[in-house]
Design a protein around this ligand. Structure first.
Ligand code: SAH
Length: 196
């Protein structure tokens, strides 16, 4: 099948940390994503003061943008370097504290309290730790998840959202035989079966 070429591929957490160390982060964009601007109304749906989740957040600039609009932003990212760069890139003071429920995890929070970034694997999170969200911005997240972990990822994401939530998902369409990924090619049919 056309996705067979990527099905077995695994990118380890260590490899992600190395990408950050080497500055091999072509996925990071300094400009806000045009699709978030385009679909912002869908995400917000007329509501204010939302809790918005950024899975596999890197140092996405959109976190600052949404926080400045008055929303509360929560992200999760394995690379501590990425998390620290986010705060320093935006000159945001922050404090860091351990997460009692997750051994080795740390939570970095802007002093103003509206941006909290968990430094751990997303698979360590649960709604009892981070609560539930009104909105999700999933860019470079599902497509960065190892194909073998997609089900687990989707189940977790479903457990982290409120009933009346909006989930914006960005995927990339290309011939998976020509690039090993990430980003991985996630066919539309698979997105439907993962999220219903
Ligand atoms: N969403 C961001 C970053 C995309 S790249 C953006 O739009 O720029 C994917 C990011 O996920 C990387 O920064 C990588 O370090 C992180 N990552 C990979 N596996 C992870 C995991 N299991 N838990 C949390 N973060 C992870």
């Amino acid at each position: 099948s056309d996705i067979g070429s990527q099905k077995e591929r695994v990118v380890t957490e260590e490899e992600w940390l190395q990408k950050w160390e080497m500055g091999n982060i072509g996925f990071h964009k300094e400009q806000r994503h045009p699709l978030l601007q385009k679909y912002l109304d869908v995400l917000l749906n007329g509501r204010s003061g939302l809790r918005i989740f950024f899975p596999l957040c890197g140092k996405a600039v959109e976190m600052k943008w949404l926080a400045d609009m008055g929303h509360t932003v929560v992200g999760v990212e394995v690379s501590e370097q990425a998390v620290k760069e986010f705060f320093s890139d935006h000159s945001l003071p922050y404090c860091e504290e351990p997460v009692p429920e997750i051994s080795g995890a740390k939570m970095f929070q802007s002093t103003s309290g509206n941006i909290s970034l968990y430094c751990c694997s997303i698979y360590d999170l649960s709604s009892s730790i981070v609560g539930k969200f009104d909105g999700v911005w999933d860019r470079g997240a599902l497509v960065a998840v190892n194909p073998c972990d997609r089900q687990r990822y989707a189940r977790l994401m479903i457990s982290l959202v409120e009933k009346n939530s909006s989930y914006l998902l960005v995927t990339v369409s290309y011939d998976p035989n020509k690039h090993k990924g990430p980003p991985f090619y996630v066919p539309e049919s698979e997105i439907k079966s993962l999220f219903g």
